[in-house]
Write a protein that binds this ligand. Structure first.
Ligand code: SF4
Length: 262
């Protein structure tokens, strides 16, 4: 056993990042980015049907949720329930379904694989080693993702290039060879300010943990709040080296990212 001790969650204080000043310049850039994202989503819906949006319920994904549902785009939406999500994320999922009068498809880990992993390694084995953490992510996220994507021609994510060093070389459109479909990142060039300007302007539901300095939210035991100046993704698997801090949902696609643009 390691001597690792999880950090406690920090209490809420005012977070300026989630309340940007809606200046004319910001609203203009937001309009330009929104128009481009909507045009891309329409193209995906028409040229790559059936296509699905992998909704992690993070701030970026709430923007995409709003764009898709308010514009009645024929795109499927699904979420992965790892079984270790924060209570706030489940509450947001319920509130979002109510807000948009819809129901998301939710995919779960394969029962036998998860039970075997926990029985063998312990309930919090992800803190013990990178290998065990990645196995946990594979069982709880990667395998359910493959099931969720099966039968589709394209999938959509809310990844942004500015989120971390591991995402700076992403492209808006790439070939996801592992799953055999196209992958689109419509918000790739968006800034954090533009994401929050959209949420404020359109009164989009969002996870209150973002106000508590959690810019990136995953499973509860693997997510912590940030201090000023830290990388946006620094709160994910913070006990590991930055190079390993992806869950496996996007790593292979990142490495295989082409220079394609919409
Ligand atoms: S983020 Fe943590 S709890 Fe969630 S699947 Fe990965 S290792 Fe497991």
């Amino acid at each position: 056993m390691s001597d690792f001790t999880p950090l406690p969650h920090r209490q809420s204080v005012q977070n300026p990042a989630t309340h940007p000043e809606l200046t004319p310049e910001l609203l203009q850039s937001l309009k330009t980015k929104t128009d481009a994202a909507l045009a891309l989503l329409r193209r995906i819906a028409s040229a790559y049907a059936p296509a699905v949006f992998a909704n992690s319920l993070g701030a970026e994904d709430m923007v995409l949720t709003d764009l898709i549902l308010n514009n009645k785009l024929p795109l499927g939406i699904f979420s992965l329930d790892t079984g270790r999500l924060p209570t706030e994320t489940y509450d947001l999922m319920a509130a979002t379904e109510k807000h948009y009068n819809t129901r998301f498809a939710v995919f779960y880990p394969e029962r036998a694989a998860l039970e075997n992993f926990v029985h063998t390694n312990g309930i919090n084995a992800f803190y013990e080693s990178v290998a065990l953490r990645q196995t946990c992510c594979r069982i709880r996220k990667v395998e359910p993702l493959a099931r969720a994507l099966a039968g589709n021609k394209a999938w959509i994510t809310g990844m942004r290039a500015a989120q971390s060093g591991t995402r700076q070389n992403l492209a808006v459109q790439t070939r996801d060879a592992e799953h055999g479909l196209e992958k689109f990142n419509p918000l790739l060039a968006w800034s954090e300010q533009e994401v929050w300007a959209y949420i404020r302007k359109h009164d989009v539901p969002y996870n209150p943990l973002h106000d508590q300095f959690y810019p990136s939210i995953g499973c509860a035991p693997c997510t912590r709040s940030l201090s000023i100046g830290e990388d946006i993704r620094a709160g994910r698997w913070w006990w590991e080296n930055p190079e390993t801090r992806e869950c496996g949902l996007h790593v292979k696609q990142r490495l295989a990212a082409s220079t394609n643009t919409p």
